[in-house]
Write a protein that binds this ligand. Structure first.
Ligand code: HEC
Ligand code: HEC
Length: 323
């Protein structure tokens, strides 16, 4: 018996040492820095089409996180909709200010960050999504807009506070949250006439609906989105700015728990204006108000074509009425 306890003590000692060692390592590494990814060297040309598309994409995919309501510019704010256990995190100032924003970044450096998550200084950016499958044209449109004379991106001297990530976030960025590679080939969106392929592109490339609408951010597969657990079957737990738990919904074609029994018109109202047959939708579901009706129809057709998942989300249990 004595021997048993001695061995057990020894094993525990090793485990404790390993855990302590890991914590010390994670604390020392903090948010990791990586080699700079291959960075495009040509500046993005601003065409009227790109500026219009860029505004629409920034409104859909950046404003919720980067808008500073006091200054009406994209100079950032504290992220109140990340779990408290993550520490104190801030979205960055991405206006044209040279000292406090991204006025000194080259277009290529912005593109590299959007693709990989690695900043111009090599530091990995936390929480900031990576746009892995977005077409080069859409990425260029975003960059053209960030360089435009629109009010949202004018130089604003608001300083982004230093991030105060918790040990949990430091552990995540040293284990599961990793940079994604720069695309090796040009990324071209399918033609809108190829409706299903185009609908898929909108879901995984342009708007990344699958990130929120699959089971969990932690089991999403950035390189092969369809391999994300519970692909588009909902159930991912998100927070709103008041820190309330909001569960994403099943948007596969399952007639009972998904949107199989919806019409294309109902779907369009939900996605563009937040009016679902189940009642009004709340943040963090974005309102895609500038999305064209054709794009909404392509997304709807694609969603009806993918494998159906039976997964009841809160609105299926009448919870929506309580909101
Ligand atoms: C879910 C919230 C979220 C969304 C959506 C988001 N960002 Fe960010 N972004 C962040 C956070 C948080 C940081 C700061 C991360 C850090 O410093 O580690 C950041 C950092 C950045 C930076 C780096 C700035 C710097 O000085 O370090 C750029 C550029 C940027 N975002 C651009 C964009 C663009 C463009 C979009 C839309 C296409 C976008 N972001 C969408 C949260 C978000
Ligand atoms: C930032 C996370 C996020 C993104 C990105 C997102 N959604 Fe949502 N979506 C949600 C959440 C959370 C809800 C539930 C809102 C509520 O409870 O009020 C929701 C609800 C919905 C609903 C209502 C379903 C129902 O049964 O009532 C539809 C449809 C929908 N989203 C489609 C989409 C589409 C299409 C996209 C991409 C173009 C998208 N969402 C992108 C988080 C997101």
């Amino acid at each position: 018996m004595k021997k048993f306890f001695k061995i057990l003590g020894g094993v525990l000692g090793v485990v404790v040492l390993a855990v302590v060692g890991f914590i010390v390592w994670v604390q020392a590494r903090g948010i990791p820095t990586y080699d700079k990814p291959p960075t495009p060297t040509t500046a993005v040309a601003a065409t009227p089409e790109r500026l219009a598309m860029g505004r629409s994409l920034v409104l859909a995919s950046c404003v919720d996180c980067h808008m500073n309501k006091q200054t009406n510019t994209l100079s950032g704010h504290q992220m109140l909709d990340v779990p408290q256990e993550f520490g104190k995190l801030y979205s960055a100032n991405i206006t044209q200010d040279k000292d406090h924003g991204i006025g000194n970044w080259t277009d290529g450096e912005v593109i590299a960050l959007l693709r990989t998550g690695i900043g111009r200084d090599g530091r990995y950016r936390i929480i900031m999504p990576h746009f892995v499958h977005m077409s080069d044209e859409d990425v260029n449109s975003i960059v053209a807009f960030l360089r435009s004379d629109h009010q949202w991106v004018q130089a604003d001297p608001t300083t982004t506070p230093a991030q105060e990530p918790s040990l949990l976030v430091k552990t995540l960025v040293n284990t599961v949250m990793k940079p994604t590679p720069m695309p090796a080939q040009p990324v071209v969106a399918p033609a809108p006439t190829d409706q299903l392929a185009y609908g898929r592109y909108l879901i995984v490339g342009r708007y990344q609906c699958y990130e929120c609408h699959s089971k969990d951010f932690k089991t999403n597969n950035a390189l092969e989105p369809e391999k994300s657990e519970g692909y588009l079957g909902g159930g991912n737990h998100l927070l709103n700015e008041q820190g309330r738990d909001i569960v994403s919904r099943n948007i596969t074609g399952d007639p009972e728990t998904g949107i199989g029994d919806w019409t294309a018109g109902q779907f369009q109202q939900a996605v563009k204006f937040g009016m679902s047959p189940n009642g009004p939708l709340s943040a963090p579901m974005p309102k895609y108000s500038t999305m064209s009706d054709e794009d909404a129809a392509a997304i709807y057709a694609y969603l009806q074509s993918i494998p159906k998942i039976k997964n009841a989300t809160p609105e299926d249990k009448g919870a929506v009425a309580a909101k």
